[in-house]
Design a protein around this ligand. Structure first.
Ligand code: GDP
Length: 436
């Protein structure tokens, strides 16, 4: 669905990679490109404006994380703001304390309400509920039959007016449907209502009447993600005409730009609860703003890495180690701490595998030997604090003791100590060169 937007955003953010610092001009240019990408994807202008302003402000602000490089920081900010637009936390369905709960569906004709009724029923059953569907779309020919078909597929009962009585009163059907639910002990009632091809006063009034009569726990506004900017206008009209407590996006499997659907939450202030992505009953799920954002950014793994880096990172410790590195005073104890912090983030091969472009490095990653790291760790742990502090005192007899204590050969200990000295020398030379 959001492929084009995703490609564009990924491209913009990838251009930042490898930059040591971001100037204001870099941030402005990036913000401009993100703005174009969002507008081209049909995200509503006011939403884009607020989004860009926030990203810019945060990127330029003092929000400095020592765990992340500048490019990662921008990715993090863009991701967080995107999650915000999509509603932040996942919003669960509100059900009544005293069953039956009533969920009313509203939206234009063709939005996918009837199909959704079936999907919701199946999903509710999976959650241990005993839903019943109530057919209040008495406008569209076949709507009742269609609901009966999806109900049967979902394995749930459908309450519908008896045929042959002409066009019934949807408010009355809704009331009787709930009575029926109470009588036959269904704990959730899903009320399907009539839509029209466009926003229409009569339809709004009918939906508002049903709402007033049955006092639903949730009114879900169902919107076809493929209708572009109209999604925002329709949502506003339903908000004002009927009122709703949540949004369901349908047809996310389509290849339209779909950004308008991303604006619905921000424009109406109501959360997106579910998303549909196909015609089958299973093509449906709870909407998770964070997952959707990372899918749109096409950087799911990169974001996981950022999160883990932030969690594992101890700024003071790293700062102290950096100073010691620069002055040639790094000890094996510092080295061990840094290594443990890195390994806390997970197997090294996994970490590397999460970096974009790591696909081509698969073979090397497979050869990366965690056991070698275990060995290094064991050797350092086999040393006394004095030895870790000043590895120069590690003479031949100490090497033998360390090797025996940590189950390795003396040559392994020699290797580690020698390489540590080399690395320390190199670090202080480098620090000298960069004036650190
Ligand atoms: P209603 O008028 O709001 O009740 O809409 P329907 O449930 O009858 O759906 C209208 C059409 O959209 C039907 O052909 C459905 O099969 C189709 N549809 C519903 N949801 C989805 C979806 O998530 N993806 C796709 N591709 N089609 C859908």
């Amino acid at each position: 669905m959001f492929n084009t937007l995703s490609d564009r955003l990924t491209g913009v953010l990838q251009n930042l990679r490898g930059k040591g610092r971001l100037s204001e001009a870099d941030i402005d240019a990036t913000a401009r490109e993100i703005r174009v990408a969002l507008l081209e994807a049909d995200v509503a202008l006011p939403v884009v404006r607020t989004f860009i302003a926030k990203v810019k402000e945060r990127a330029k602000g003092s929000e400095v994380s020592q765990a992340l490089n500048p490019a990662q920081q921008v990715v993090k900010i863009v991701n967080e703001e995107l999650v915000g637009i999509l509603g932040g936390e996942t919003r669960r369905l509100n059900l009544a304390k005293n069953p039956p709960s009533v969920i009313m569906l509203a939206g234009l004709q063709g939005a996918g309400k009837t199909t959704l009724a079936g999907k919701l029923a199946k999903w509710l059953r999976g959650q241990g509920h005993t839903p019943i569907l109530v057919a209040c779309d008495l406008q569209r020919p076949n709507a009742v039959t269609q609901l009966q078909v999806v109900g049967e597929r979902a394995g749930v009962k459908v309450f519908a007016p008896e045929p042959g009585n002409g066009v019934g009163d949807p408010v009355d059907v809704a009331r009787r449907g709930i009575e029926e639910a109470r009588r036959s002990q269904h704990d959730v009632v899903v009320v399907d209502t009539a839509g029209r091809l466009g926003v229409d006063e009569e339809m709004m009034r009918q939906a508002a009447d049903i709402r007033a009569a049955v006092q639903p726990d949730e009114v879900l506004f169902v919107v076809d993600a493929m209708i572009g900017q109209d999604a925002v206008n329709t949502a506003t009209a339903f908000r004002d005409g009927v009122g709703f407590t949540g949004v369901v996006l349908t047809k996310l499997d389509g290849d339209a730009r779909g950004g308008a659907a991303l604006s619905v939450r921000e424009v109406t202030g109501q959360p997106i609860l579910f998303a549909s992505n196909g015609e089958k009953l299973e093509d449906f799920d709870v909407f998770h703003p964070d997952r959707m954002a990372s899918r749109i950014l096409g950087m799911g793994d990169m974001l996981t890495l950022i999160e883990q880096a932030e969690q594992a990172f101890d700024a003071d410790q790293a700062e102290a180690a950096a100073v010691k590195m620069g002055s040639g005073q790094l000890t094996l104890e510092d080295f061990l701490e840094q290594m443990l912090a890195l390994r806390k983030m997970g197997p090294i091969a996994n970490l590397l595998g999460m970096l974009p472009g790591a696909g081509q490095m698969k073979d090397q990653l497979a050869n990366l030997d965690e056991k070698h790291l275990d060995r290094v760790q064991a050797i350092i742990r086999g040393m006394t604090p004095a030895e870790r502090d000043d590895p120069k005192i590690i003479n031949a007899s100490r090497r033998l003791r360390i090797a025996n204590g940590s189950g390795v050969r003396v040559s392994d200990v020699n290797d580690l100590v020698n390489r540590f000295f080399e690395a320390r020398k190199m670090m202080s030379q480098m620090a000298g060169r960069f004036g650190l």
